[in-house]
Write a protein of this length. Structure first.
Length: 219
């Protein structure tokens, strides 16, 4: 049975990889990509929907009817935004999208690109961990067994890019060493994208994928 997909963050490193898997897969009949601005990408399966405000996805609710799988890859790097805006992007955007999707497609699987250290007790002093945990908790309450969280550590960008800050540039330089001595704390962008795509397409008994689970997953 062919699946209809919705995706956010398709212009980002992981979203772009997942989108390509969707477009290449015979199991996917169509993709609704929610974007801030048109990408210029043209494909028979692809429909881009411009969203002016991701905190109010009700304006595009009709585009989310009949969706079987949703990949939420929209996010911001730590330190790139003031704390209140970072919370809005990390929690409010994801949960707001999830609520509208569930209203329109209650049986859809929801795959969230979360992060290592996500704290579902919501007590962490680290805002990234606390807000990722909040998002996971609220989305679990909405989608229950159809919710999947992916918590990668350092994501090595297989496709070269301009690194967002000096820390990422250092990690990229050190990746060959990290991959040998601490491989369970890092993952290639292509590998992560493939695992998220596969879980969305087929489902999984496991609901939360830590970095080691992603590395060991057999797609």
């Amino acid at each position: 049975m062919k699946q209809n997909v919705a995706i956010t963050g398709a212009s980002g490193m992981i979203g772009k990889t997942i989108l390509q898997h969707c477009l290449d897969s015979e199991r996917v009949s169509g993709v609704v990509s929610l974007v801030r601005k048109p990408s210029g990408l043209v494909h028979p399966k692809l429909k881009e929907v411009v969203v002016k405000d991701f905190s109010n996805c009700h304006e595009v609710a009709d585009q989310l009817a009949g969706i079987d799988i949703a990949y939420f890859c929209l996010g911001a790097y730590t330190g790139a935004l003031p704390d209140d805006q970072f919370k809005t992007v990390t929690v409010d955007y994801a949960v707001g999208f999830g609520k509208v999707l569930h209203q329109q497609s209650p049986e859809a699987r929801f795959c969230l690109l979360s992060g290592a250290g996500a704290d579902t007790t919501e007590q962490s002093r680290v805002s990234f961990a606390r807000y990722k945990g909040m998002a996971e908790n609220q989305l679990t309450a909405i989608f229950r067994d159809n919710f999947y969280a992916f918590r990668p550590g350092y994501i090595y960008p297989v496709e070269r890019r301009k690194e967002p800050n000096i820390s990422y540039a250092v990690f990229r330089f050190l990746y060959p060493v990290v991959n040998v001595f601490a491989k369970n704390f890092s993952v290639k962008s292509t590998e992560l994208g493939k695992v998220i795509f596969s879980v969305g397409l087929h489902g999984s008994e496991r609901k939360v994928f830590e970095n080691v689970d992603i590395r060991n997953f057999k797609a």
